[in-house]
Design a binder for this molecule. Structure first.
Ligand code: CTP
Ligand code: MG
Length: 226
């Protein structure tokens, strides 16, 4: 079996509140999506990086992707939700059922080459697959209907899911076809009764969601390139 990446990049970035979809916002001199795609393409284990774009995306093709050395495969089949985009992309990619696929958000530009390599090494012989994640750092409150604190959730053993999320392509396609409204790929696998592995990551691999996230992402990316 081989390793592939699939990058959902068909969102609008509503919470970012910009007219330009957030994956194309400038980040350290490049469109946001450039960073994760470059890191994925540079990994020697990954054969092809499929990018799932909105059917009417007019931005992706404007950039020069020659440094990705023919590894990039844009697919104009994004759906209404992230899960739909991943599901459509998997179908269009025509991967073999036992190929590994690493699903990674275009909106996580600070994924390090080192974490990516470590994840592949840790999961390549795993029967299920797994995800990058970090232990929850904040204290968590459960709200009642009046928005008063019902109780404090013990945060021990709680992790925040990140991407990449790495599964066999056939299993993931099946899992997504059966599930609805999942916000990550692992949830669909969990619904089959399987238990993906948590691979310890770090908080620099956060998802750029709000305008203030741009500042930190730029800082981290400029640091890495120096
Ligand atoms: N995504 C996608 N197709 C969708 C929705 C999201 O491919 N219909 C992608 C986004 O482009 C992003 C990733 O899934 O790379 C994570 O989603 P999120 O951070 O929520 O991005 P958006 O949905 O674009 O942002 P928002 O929820 O604020 O609108
Ligand atoms: Mg979204």
């Amino acid at each position: 079996s081989e390793f592939y990446a699939l990058v959902p990049a068909a969102g609008f970035g509503a919470r970012m509140g910009n007219e330009l979809p957030k994956q194309y916002l400038d980040l350290a001199g490049r469109p946001m999506i450039w960073h994760a795609l470059s890191t994925l393409c540079a990994n020697p284990n990954i054969r092809t990086v499929f990018v799932v774009l909105a059917p009417d995306d007019g931005y992706f093709a404007r950039y020069d992707w020659s440094h990705c050395a023919g590894k990039l495969a844009p697919l104009y089949c994004g759906g209404k939700t992230r899960a739909e985009s991943v599901e459509n992309g998997l179908l269009a990619s025509e991967l073999d059922a036992d190929d590994w696929v690493l699903v990674h958000d275009a909106a996580r530009p600070c994924l390090s080459a080192h974490l990516l390599a470590r994840m592949i090494a840790e999961l390549r012989d795993d029967p299920v697959g797994g995800i990058l994640a970090v232990p929850v750092a904040d204290t968590l409150k459960r709200a009642d209907a009046q928005q008063r604190i019902a109780h404090t959730e013990p945060r021990e053993g709680l992790w925040q899911a990140q991407t990449p999320q790495m599964f066999r392509a056939g299993l993931l396609a099946q899992a997504l076809a059966r599930s609805n409204n999942v916000t990550d790929d692992a949830s669909a696998i969990e619904a089959l009764g399987l238990q993906p592995k948590l691979v310890a990551s770090d908080t620099s691999n956060f998802k750029v969601t709000y305008p203030q996230d741009i500042v930190l992402a730029e800082l981290l990316l400029r640091q890495e390139n120096n």
